[in-house]
Design a protein around this ligand. Structure first.
Ligand SMILES: *Cc1c(COP(=O)(O)O)cnc(C)c1O
Length: 402
């Protein structure tokens, strides 16, 4: 294997994001293939026993087992790290493997975590159920409220955990304010950046310590595989996260890493085109529904903040209907082009009812507090022509009495 210029930070630091997305991290075999090779192997062989011993001792470069290292996975890790502006990255089996690993690798019994209440359902489950069960205290706050972050800090607060924009209500957390507050108190910020990706928002530029991903979403972008990633400093990734990951095994499968690696080549194009489509469709929807949550529209209470920290506003927005679940279901059931699906980040436009799907495992009170009302619908805008999406929504809205 030959590492290309893309793996040499001293030669790639000046590369612009679109170049990094296509080139960063590439290795080539002796065949000189243009497309990154898929190393579908769990193990490795060695020329002699001394080499094996040296590799196991960490004294010689080289791989020993795909739970620990794999060339295809390594290419993905370097590419994501370069896109993020991070020193290091470790790929994970899924977004939830990434979130769980990023939290558990650094927390212990007696620690305290402050988390934003608007979050992906399983992220809330970690905060509400898993961490407390293991003696880690958690406080859930309104992530939009900078004073609430400060008020929740205790002597033993170790981590701030949030996503922005948040799923599914598109709450925005002030990255600069919350990350600098955390820094001042020696607290590690863990940001779930799945909705935006580095193409639209780079939390580390605002002081975030750890950025974690579901790569299943916009990074793959075509709804094919589950994968995740955690980015951070060399010290965090290699000394805190890696010992946990190597021994617990949430590693990314080489095939899934390869699919995401190829997805990253078009990430910048897709993220920007889908964001533009989501603006166009959002403007149409705003005229037809009582309440829309779209960070790109002036009607979003945090529009200015979103504009400060995001390059574009993402592929997802939500809206609430006065007719509750019944009217929301009527819209979903009338769709002809847009698919009824709970996935996001896909090139296909997808719509779902969060209260009965992604956020169904939460209590009704927690849902109400988060703003996940019975009439809320979430839409991921894909790469179709927005005029066709608008026509489909137009006929579905009419059938639902809107
Ligand atoms: C989907 C998602 C996750 C979980 O990712 P998986 O790849 O499905 O495990 C976590 N956070 C956010 C914001 C997500 O959208």
């Amino acid at each position: 294997m030959k590492k290309t210029t893309g793996t040499d930070r001293s030669k790639t630091a000046h590369w612009r994001p679109a170049t990094r997305a296509v080139r960063a991290g590439t290795w080539r075999s002796e065949h000189g293939e243009t497309s990154e090779a898929l190393f579908l192997t769990s193990g490795y062989t060695y020329d002699d026993a001394a080499t094996v011993a040296a590799r196991f001792a960490g004294e010689a470069e080289g791989m020993t087992y795909s739970r620990l290292q794999n060339p295809t996975v390594a290419m993905l890790e370097e590419r994501i790290a370069m896109l993020e502006g991070a020193q290091a990255c470790r790929a994970q089996a899924s977004g939830m493997a990434a979130m769980t690993t990023a939290l558990l690798c650094q927390l212990e019994t007696g620690d305290h975590v402050v988390a934003a209440r608007a979050a992906f359902g399983s992220c809330r489950w970690l905060v509400d159920n898993l961490l407390p069960k293991w003696g880690i205290q958690t406080t859930v706050i309104d992530g939009r409220d900078n004073a609430a972050w400060e008020a929740a800090i205790r002597k033993n607060t170790k981590v701030f955990f949030f996503e922005t924009p948040a799923n599914p209500t598109l709450d925005i957390v002030d990255l600069e304010a919350v990350c600098s507050l955390a820094k001042a108190h020696g607290i590690t910020t863990v940001v779930d950046n799945a909705f935006a990706t580095a193409s639209l928002q780079r939390p580390m530029e605002f002081g975030a310590d750890v950025v974690a991903y579901s790569a299943t979403k916009l990074m793959d972008g075509q709804g094919r595989v589950l994968a995740g990633a955690v980015c951070g400093s060399d010290e965090f990734i290699n000394e805190v996260l890696l010992p946990f990951q190597r021994n617990t095994g949430p590693s990314c499968a080489p095939f899934n890493a390869w699919v995401v690696l190829k997805g990253l080549e078009t990430l910048d194009l897709r993220a920007h085109r889908q964001s533009a489509n989501a603006m166009e469709v959002g403007r149409f929807v705003e005229e037809r529904v009582p309440h829309i949550l779209h960070p790109g529209l002036a009607s979003h209470p945090q529009h200015d903040l979103a504009a400060r920290q995001m390059d574009a506003f993402g592929t997802i927005f939500a809206f609430t209907l006065d007719g509750g679940r019944e009217q929301a279901y009527r819209v979903l059931d009338a769709l002809e082009l847009i698919d009824l699906s709970n996935n996001i980040g896909d090139a296909k436009s997808l719509m779902c009812h969060p209260a009965s799907t992604t956020h169904a495992s939460m209590s009704a009170e927690a849902r109400a507090e988060m703003g996940v009302h019975e009439g809320l619908l979430r839409i991921n805008i894909g790469l179709e022509d927005p005029a066709d999406l608008i026509e489909d929504l137009d006929q579905a809205f009419a059938k639902a009495g809107l």
